[in-house]
Write a protein that binds this ligand. Structure first.
Ligand code: SF4
Length: 248
């Protein structure tokens, strides 16, 4: 009869083998500020933002192109050089097996970072204890969220995910960054959102100006007057007093 630990191991191995991984960047200094990591792109996202830079990763039906065994081999071979791994996408929490990946890495002494847009708060809650840093995309104010993500109910899910991240930050010191990509036409809403985030207690915030290259639907990221409008937005957000504000 199998022991409970071997059942756990078998379940974990099966989950890891089931992961649909679209790509692997062996060394990244930009996906987790201050860390050298391998970045794993998990296939699939339930949302359809117009400015998405990874539209090829949206489909939930595409099989993976990289086996988890390859990720594991890389991490073990670069032990001492790499600090850990970042799970990104697509939307990494779409795949339940992301939890097995985070556990695998943590149990072997690697740090785990997570990029998420927060569409699955209960899966995020299960992942957070295994994660050392989260980059949480918050895309719009609650009023506009479902339009921006092209998904009904998105606003409520992101609100819950933000609450989970802030709670983990205050109770166990989880490091995080909340970030917003700003496309033309979104300046007014982004300022409203930034106020909401500051009032909610967000301390580390990043604004990212949308780029058209690589997107399916964002035809012009710099229409006349937009760069000036974006610069004014940056100043207004700066005045809100986030302790750390990154501009990209
Ligand atoms: S949530 Fe992220 S991955 Fe999904 S469509 Fe939006 S930008 Fe793309």
């Amino acid at each position: 009869m199998a022991s409970s630990s071997s059942i756990h191991d078998d379940d974990g191995a099966a989950a890891l083998a089931s992961l649909a991984i679209a790509g692997l960047v062996p060394f990244s200094t930009v996906d987790w500020p201050g860390r050298l990591v391998a970045t794993v792109f998990l296939q699939g996202c339930p949302w359809r933002c117009s400015y998405c830079h990874n539209p090829d990763l949206q489909s939930c039906r595409e099989p993976g192109a990289v086996a988890w065994a390859e990720v594991a081999e890389l991490l073990e071979a670069r032990r001492g050089l790499l600090d850990g791994v970042v799970l990104t996408g697509g939307e990494p929490t779409r795949q339940r097996a992301a939890l097995a990946a985070a556990r695998w890495a943590r149990e072997r002494g690697f740090e785990v970072g997570l990029h998420t847009a927060g569409p699955y708060p209960s899966r995020l809650a299960a992942l957070l204890p295994h994660v050392g840093w989260v980059g949480l995309d918050v895309k719009a104010s609650a009023a506009r969220y479902d339009d921006v993500a092209a998904a009904p109910g998105a606003a409520r899910k992101v609100g819950e995910s933000l609450r989970l991240v802030l709670e983990a930050a205050s109770t166990r010191g989880l490091a995080y960054e909340v970030r917003t990509t700003v496309a033309p036409g979104m300046a007014v809403d982004t300022l409203r959102l930034a106020r909401e985030l500051r009032e909610a207690g967000v301390v580390t915030y990043a604004l990212q100006q949308a780029r058209a290259e690589g997107t399916l639907h964002l035809r012009d990221a710099h229409p006349p007057g937009w760069d000036e409008e974006y610069a004014a937005l940056v100043e207004a957000v700066r005045a809100l007093g986030f302790p750390t504000l990154h501009l990209r």
